[in-house]
Design a protein around this ligand. Structure first.
Ligand code: CA
Length: 229
């Protein structure tokens, strides 16, 4: 599934090369030339991944990564550091600053795209296009279909995203606020009870195959998708 990727790189030629390759791979690219510009963009829209050059004019990529990790809102955005440095010490400093991965320049565009996919799969499995299956319930992000055994289930777009997120994070309890952030998106102001409405619709859609019981209400906390029926 396509992701929104913020590329923070001060060398225009490299920025262009990265952007072309990521767009070719189906992603949307936001570009920033330094940490301040990147910080402004992140305040507006949370990206799914930040590709961050280490050596930037002004605040370094390393310091910006730490800044993202210190803020509750941006804490869990996956970060991939890009750098010409390749020594062990630098690698460790990069990972300690909160980066999820590290790519040394020069890199191949294919490697970059593959690393982004790996980070997305690890950190935000609902953003990848791999089919997921839980207890006989199968969701395919490419065909946008949900099936149980040989039966096609009919889901609305919000219920589909909600189920995708819950199936890729099974057994965990999600609060209504977390579900709003993850499924409806950041900076979207909807009431928490909207979540309850869509959970109800989702259960209804799963009733025909008997999978509605997978969606559990955790009193006082939120909702969970049970991995075992
Ligand atoms: Ca640079």
């Amino acid at each position: 599934m396509p992701a929104n990727i913020l590329v923070v790189e001060d060398e225009p030629a490299i920025q262009e090369l990265i952007a072309i390759n990521l767009e070719h791979a189906g992603h949307s690219v936001l570009r920033a030339l330094d940490a301040e510009q990147a910080a402004r963009m992140v305040r507006e829209v949370l990206p799914d991944v930040v590709l961050l050059d280490w050596m930037l004019p002004g605040q370094s990529g390393l310091a910006f990564a730490r800044r993202l990790r210190e803020d509750e809102r941006t804490r869990s955005i996956p970060i991939i550091m890009l750098t010409a440095r390749g020594t062990e010490t630098d690698k460790i400093a990069g990972l300690e600053s909160g980066a999820d991965d590290y790519i040394t320049k020069p890199f191949s565009p294919r490697e970059l795209v593959a690393r982004i996919k790996a980070v997305l799969r690890r950190r935000s499995p609902q953003l990848t296009d791999e089919a997921v299956e839980v207890s006989g319930l199968r969701l395919d992000p490419i065909t946008h279909r949900v099936s149980a055994h040989d039966m096609q289930l009919d889901l609305g777009p919000t219920e589909f995203r909600l189920l995708h997120f819950m199936m890729t994070h099974p057994e965990r309890v999600h609060s209504r606020t977390q579900l709003l952030d993850q499924v409806w998106g950041d900076h979207v102001f909807v009431e928490e009870r909207t979540v309850d409405v869509h959970i109800r619709r989702l259960r209804k859609s799963l009733e025909s195959s008997g999978h509605d019981h997978l969606i559990q209400t955790v009193r006082g906390s939120g909702y969970r998708l049970a991995a075992v029926s």
